[in-house]
Write a protein that binds this ligand. Sequence first.
Ligand code: GDP
Ligand code: MG
Length: 597
Amino acid sequence: TDPALIRNFCIIAHIDHGKSTLADRMLQLTGIVENRQMRAQYLDRMDLERERGITIKSQAVRLPFAALDDTTYVLNLIDTPGHVDFTYEVSRSLAACEGAILLVDAAQGIEAQTLANLYLALEHDLTIIPVLNKIDLPAAMPDKYAAELAGIIGCDPSEVLRVSAKSGMGVEDLLNEIVTQVPPPVGDADAPARAMIFDSVYDTYRGVITYVRVVDGHLGTRQRIQMMSSGANHEMLEVGVISPEPTKVDGLSVGEVGYLITGVKDVRQSRVGDTVTSAHTGASQMLPGYQDPKPMVFSGLFPIDGSDYPVLRDALEKLQLNDAALAFEPENSGALGFGFRCGFLGLLHLEITRARLEREYGLDLISTAPNVIYRVFLEDATEYEVTNPSEFPEGKVAEVHEPIVKGTLLAPAEFVGPIMELCQARRGALQGMDYLSEDRVEMRYVLPLAEIVFDFFDQLKSRTKGFASLDYEPSGEQAADLVKVDILLQGEMVDAFSAIVHREKAYAYGVEMTKKLRELIPRQQFEVPVQAAIGSRVIARENIRAIRKDVLSKCYGGDISRKRKLLEKQKEGKRKMKTVGRVEVPQEAFISALSTD
Ligand code: GDP
Ligand code: MG
């Protein structure tokens, strides 16, 4: 295709503002999906995406569009995930486009992710087309929000388009605006091939499918290609475009968006952000923007049935084929047995991974409380990276560093007080505050990541009746007064409950965990102290009182075989027990103590 006829664009929006529905209408309007084949959120192919109504993986689709100037253009729509955990993928998708539709719900207005995505799009120099969606809703306030939107991007309110992705109203006008406003791609057709990978998906039958946007040159079938970050060469088996199902083509040229299949079996060999070139006389300079996705949140995943350990390992390996950001390594816990320490981009990533493991692989799992990465400096100048609290180094601690984020919160002005209270309680530092309109406020905070991975989002929603939204990005680290709190049963540490917390919150954590365990652990033949301690200093203590339960006393002396049976039975019951020191704890107790509610 002549690059002058190509328009590459994406839709960016806060979650639920209607990206996927708008994509649906575009598929329909351009005729590539027949009406009778249409289903809602057509591009959300993963079961979980469909159920939760969210987009996890980006998708790219080629739409032939006959514009008002009687010319047929090729529009490449790249649908992006909207959640903060997947910002990395959004950013890659943006780099593949020249234009972005900034979609805002006309009944909700601008939200935190609207802004975050807008800033990303501006960083990539994209042409922004502001659009209000859901104007069919009785609650829509298009004039108000057009003014708000025009205010933040610096255009006239009349330039804000109005559509209903649901009914299709205004969508054709929008497509024509894309053709006129978004610049066509530019690239050097005669240069060595360079294409940017913006998505990479593992398919059981075909191996890894790599989605690319060609910047320079041409990528044809029957060509060997090279991944520039690693220098690895691969045979090209197929080149194609998605429209809306995969369709083979002879090759991809400047500005075109499509997929490559090379037969590799692991998305880590074909990483998002990497540059593809030809193995023969390839390019020497990578395209900008390659960055390894880094796990930010860690949690131990353990099979409830220990014999499922190999299944879990296998499942994690399979998921990793499709998820370069998922990290894991074996972990052995005294309380929970064999499992894996897993690293995630954020809590949603954790939750989705866990849901997929349980659903797609039939596993019953218990996960330990999520924590961030800490850097611990000891007085002897050694340094440790701690992703598991139970591996906190021994020795005199000089300083502990924790990751921090820059958070943007958006809410109606009446909630400023409750939000400030919450952020303060979470050790946040206010950086600035702006009124986007007379009743909508943007607040910027620096917060420890550890303080938002737990229940920050739920707290925020409940204190603002659901009206506040949050977005954040990593922003380095800071020294903080952090301590490791251990939980001990009769003097023995229970590794699964160790946590790294701020000194001021250590006591509350200790009291809460010891209380919980006292209630959950059945009484033993002897008294069991449950303690919380920082180092050797006990900060909280509960006691589980002793009982005397002698099974044999029920048998009046004589009947030996009966006694034997009872003893046998008791032994069996013990198998489902974990022992911590001399204390027997049903695995159930650990599981309930770890599940947050
Ligand atoms: P996404 O998270 O941005 O992909 O949002 P979706 O496309 O999944 O839409 C979120 C919800 O808004 C769904 O229930 C849609 O049916 C609904 N929705 C999307 N566009 C419109 C619209 O124009 N009008 C109305 N009334 N509802 C819409
Ligand atoms: Mg969606």
